[in-house]
Ligand binder design. Structure first.
Ligand SMILES: [Zn+2]
Length: 252
């Protein structure tokens, strides 16, 4: 796909994104025009809020079924609150959400829209027949879920074991404290560096149709573990030869 412009939509409830820095990174790396816009969900009307609320998932073990939203659920969509301090995260079907958003995005030729959101997106996997949280829903528009980046790549194995064997009332807080720093938390300042990698992945995926990189030493690596995410995007922070070549002739 030819891309001559990229539009990034901000998620103001997650200031750690630092979208202006990401804009600079992308426009320098790819030598392309990148426009930053405000929150996509700010200007949507009641009807669209209602449609978005229909994509909520309540049953992780069955394929998508349109949800009939309550007044309160529609209300939540109109407010776009900070979701990070909610005890229970709401899951949204990523493809359904993407489909609804796509009808409200101006389709300008060769422009890729990337929407950042604090909504936790998930997709149904036909292989193990259940929903999984996803950070990235590729297409145009692409959706990048900041909650997905935090929730989808797995934390250390020992974290889950500790959680299972700790029976105190504050077990989640206690175990999280023990492993602090080993995985992303909400309002983590490392988020923007990691997001640079995700935005780059989204663009190259749309451009080439080629799946992510299988080398951990590349920012296009699709990390399944939080520790790999830190390695690819922060510690190593490089791009493999193959992907560097693609980036080099991005618009040739
Ligand atoms: Zn690579």
């Amino acid at each position: 796909m030819k891309i001559s412009k990229i539009v990034l939509y901000d998620e103001p409830t997650v200031p750690e994104i630092q979208l202006e820095k990401i804009r600079e990174f992308i426009s320098n790396a790819l030598n392309i025009e990148v426009e930053v816009k405000g929150n996509f969900f700010e200007s949507i009307d009641h009807d669209m809020c209602k449609k978005i609320a229909t994509t909520r998932i309540f049953d992780l073990k069955n394929p998508f079924k349109v949800h009939t939203p309550s007044t309160e659920e529609i209300q939540i969509e109109t407010q776009n609150k900070d979701m990070s301090n909610r005890k229970e995260m709401t899951l949204y079907d990523g493809f359904e959400l993407q489909n609804i958003i796509s009808k409200h995005i101006p389709s300008i030729e060769n422009t890729l829209h990337i929407i950042l959101t604090n909504k936790l997106t998930a997709t149904f996997d036909q292989n193990d027949f259940r929903y999984h949280a996803r950070s990235l829903i590729s297409s145009n528009p692409t959706i990048i879920s900041t909650a997905g980046i935090i929730e989808a790549p797995a934390k250390p194995k020992q974290y889950y074991l500790d959680l299972m064997t700790n029976f105190s009332e504050n077990r989640v807080e206690e175990v999280m404290k023990k492993y602090k720093g080993e995985f992303l938390e909400y309002h983590d300042p490392r988020l923007y560096e990691i997001l640079e990698g995700y935005v780059l992945q989204a663009i190259l995926y749309y451009k080439t149709g080629e799946a992510f990189c299988d080398k951990k030493e590349c920012r296009l690596f699709n990390a399944h573990w939080q520790k790999d995410l830190f390695y690819s995007q922060i510690e190593n922070k490089k791009i493999c030869k193959h992907h560097q070549e693609i980036i080099n002739d991005f618009n040739n």
